[in-house]
Write a protein that binds this ligand. Structure first.
Ligand SMILES: [Zn+2]
Length: 341
């Protein structure tokens, strides 16, 4: 029993003492304030210095900066050298980024199929030596997509490029990070003509080519093609991390594969996935194959604090601190070659 409160008249604190202990809130999870976390999918080398500092300020321990996106290659169609420039730019700057912000920064290098590449064989041949670099801890992001920017790229050709990267990953003992297409979330209202569906995403939406896959659920079809490619490549599914996991692909990936699922929560306004989806997946399938990533990049509205915020949100949604630790720290360390302590 605490002494009577010295407040002039009763405040909430007076009555709180009489509460039924069963209704008391749990002790605050102080360990979450300083829990280190790993972002296994971002494009932080395209962000501002201040945004990278935000990662450090909010406790990022390690990250994987993914250099494969066609957003940063100006020419269409893309040539092998254009993608190679992206890899080299990330390699060039990586150590300075670590020195500036103190978190561990590793690289994912890959060939994304969101825009057609004229000479992919040349790129794949060069990729072997890149995969041998210490700082390269994954191949990707890559994965078949239903439609391209500007010019179509057939499904068979895309799948071949994806599988060739998986074979390389397997030879080098690396994991592959998949870009799985999201299904668009319902918007409350259409935007003015000509703005497309996604202001907040720096892309000339009108330049999208006609889809190369148009079945009932092309986004899920793509994930199935990727998993088939991994199987044909002999890449163990435990070394496949499907980023942009969502309600459309979770059941398939959890029940019919051994892949990891990484939920992208740095641009929830775009893909409709947030910490509540992660909490639901943990409740249903356990934390063993779940991760969270931000996918922060300079071409869209993203939040470098998103992963730290998700840690708190997962707790508020009822997830135990041990399970949170598992998805934001231990699972990334189990799959990717990050420092262990
Ligand atoms: Zn990405």
């Amino acid at each position: 029993m605490t002494a009577p409160h010295p407040t002039k008249r009763p405040t909430d604190a007076t009555y709180l003492d009489d509460r039924d202990p069963a209704e008391d809130p749990p002790d605050p999870p102080r360990e979450l304030l300083t829990l280190p976390w790993i972002d296994i999918h971002n494009h932080a080398h395209t962000l501002s210095w201040d945004d990278r500092e935000r990662y450090a300020l909010s406790g990022c321990r390690s990250m994987m900066m993914v250099a494969s996106g066609y957003h940063w290659t100006p020419y269409k169609p893309v040539e092998a050298d254009d993608i190679r420039f992206l890899w080299d730019d990330a390699i060039n700057r990586r150590e300075a980024i670590e020195r500036n912000h103190f978190f561990e920064a590793k690289l994912g290098l890959g060939v994304h199929t969101g825009v057609r590449i004229e000479d992919p064989e040349e790129l794949l041949a060069a990729m072997d030596a890149y995969c041998a670099l210490d700082e390269v801890v994954a191949v990707g992001e890559t994965g078949v997509v239903p439609s391209q920017h500007v010019e179509r790229w057939g499904v068979d050709e895309q799948r071949a490029v994806v599988q060739a990267q998986m074979e390389l990953a397997d030879e080098h003992g690396l994991p592959v990070i998949l870009h799985t297409p999201n299904t668009a979330s319902e918007s409350k209202r259409a935007y003015r003509d000509g703005l497309g569906v996604t202001p907040g995403y720096e892309k000339n939406a009108g330049l999208g080519a006609d889809p190369v896959l148009d079945g009932e659920n092309p986004a899920l079809e793509c994930v199935k093609l990727d998993v088939a490619a991994a199987r044909d490549a002999g890449l163990p599914e435990e070394r496949v991390v499907a980023s942009h996991a969502d309600r459309n692909n979770t059941e398939y990936l959890m029940e019919q594969t051994d892949c990891y699922l990484s939920y992208t929560i740095g641009h929830s306004w775009l893909v409709g996935v947030d910490a509540a989806d992660v909490a639901d997946a943990i409740d249903e399938y356990g934390p063993e194959r779940i991760m969270v990533d931000t996918d922060c990049a300079n071409v869209l509205r993203t939040d470098p604090y998103a992963l730290k915020r998700a840690i708190f949100e997962l707790y508020r949604y009822g997830i135990d601190p041990d399970d949170i630790r598992r998805v934001v720290l231990e699972n990334p360390r189990a799959v990717f070659d990050f420092e262990q302590e």
